[in-house]
Ligand binder design. Sequence first.
Ligand SMILES: Cc1cc2nc3c(=O)[nH]c(=O)nc-3n(C[C@H](O)[C@H](O)[C@H](O)COP(=O)(O)OP(=O)(O)OC[C@H]3O[C@@H](n4cnc5c(N)ncnc54)[C@H](O)[C@@H]3O)c2cc1C
Length: 432
Amino acid sequence: MSERTVQTANDVPGAPRPHVVVLGGGFGGLGAARKLKGSDVSITLVDRHNYHTFQPLLYQVATDLLEPSAVGHPLRDLFHEQPNVRVREEVVSGIDLDGREVQLEDAAPLAYDHLVLALGARVEFFGVDSAGEHGFPMYTLADAVRLKDHLLERWEAADKDPALVADGALNVVVVGGGPTGIESAGALAELYRSNFAQDFPEIAPDQARIILVEAGPALMSMFKADIRTYTQRELEKRGVEVLLGEVVASVDPTRVTLKSGTVLDAHTLVWGAGLRANPVVESLGVDLQHGHRLPVEPDLSVAGHPEVYAVGDIAWITDAKTSTVLPQLGSVALQAGEHVGENIARVVAGKDAEPFRYHDKGTMATIGRGTAVIQTHGGRTMKGKTAFLAWGAVHLALLSTGEDRAKALVDWTWAGFTHERPARITVRADQD
Ligand SMILES: Cc1cc2nc3c(=O)[nH]c(=O)nc-3n(C[C@H](O)[C@H](O)[C@H](O)COP(=O)(O)OP(=O)(O)OC[C@H]3O[C@@H](n4cnc5c(N)ncnc54)[C@H](O)[C@@H]3O)c2cc1C
């Protein structure tokens, strides 16, 4: 039998100490690792990327408002001041709960004493495979950059060959009337009607359509009626066509076919319609909830495994106050991650883990510059400029460093005043 190598805390500088393995460097994973700063543990933080992605601003990368580096922050940089953390760029392929090991795609398994599962989710195409093949999801930084490059390429192509305009080269179908779809459609409308309209004066603005397709009877279905109506009106004011009660049946590179039989000429489909928890949860042998999310106990541990916690988009967390399931939001992930970090510190110090309590910041979406909508878990709503300012404050608090916050504040303020989108260039690494 061949000898099997397992990496343990002893492989980590400063060991032997309890080994905490944090899977995922998103909001949840960062929250957990940071709260263990003063604890006598060795932490290994594993992520497939060497950067943290600030997902709430992906649409600003896709629409040229922000550079990718404003939305992705190097993970190693975030832990310069925390010597008990080691960052590893690896792909997690499975977890053996009984053996207390994490399997990695290209390295020996990683043994743990405490595990934090914060691997986020994946885009769900609800069986429309062609959307996965030809569409542009909006979940990762690479997705946002791909969409940005594709849009710019289509406009440049249409500038060279005006016949492409009639073929739908500039039309975009955005799928999903929730926050991701709304923000994408609103931001695209601003890019199209302001900057691209000036960049490409030969192309009449009404020849470039943005069509938002939602299967349900209203946009923002989880919000109250006043927000739903306001959102639709604001989008339409910006030139977005809203199609309700329509479902995408198939997609090819230049056409989107709806179940009703309508065919939309569009060379771009942006998919903002659904999520499914990271497939790694399927290796756990645990019963999963809606969206394949992993159910957790009140202290955020996995039933039967007090040493394993799950937080963020991967987790099915029931709110102790309202008995409802918490939404897949950055603030939920960050607070849950921080709570888990604190719980591990308690357990390592010989104390009991405590139940999680969520401080609700509300669910929100920007519709365009200076316009947003917010609804709290308790049902309070806010819209317009006040909501936009509140959105800014909540998202500044989520940014990972003070430097990021300052950079974002300068970029947003500058863009607000000048309407400039500095990232409207195409750089190809394979060209001179
Ligand atoms: C377009 C968009 C807009 C959003 N807007 C908002 C908003 O305005 N406000 C808000 O509060 N929330 C918003 N959200 C939701 C919010 O971003 C998520 O809820 C949050 O990022 C979840 O955090 P997480 O730590 O669970 O997962 P993530 O932030 O997704 O982090 C998971 C990490 O795991 C890594 N990973 C995944 N698989 C593997 C693997 N196999 N091996 C190794 N590493 C892996 C990933 O690289 C990633 O870094 C938005 C989401 C999207 C997609």
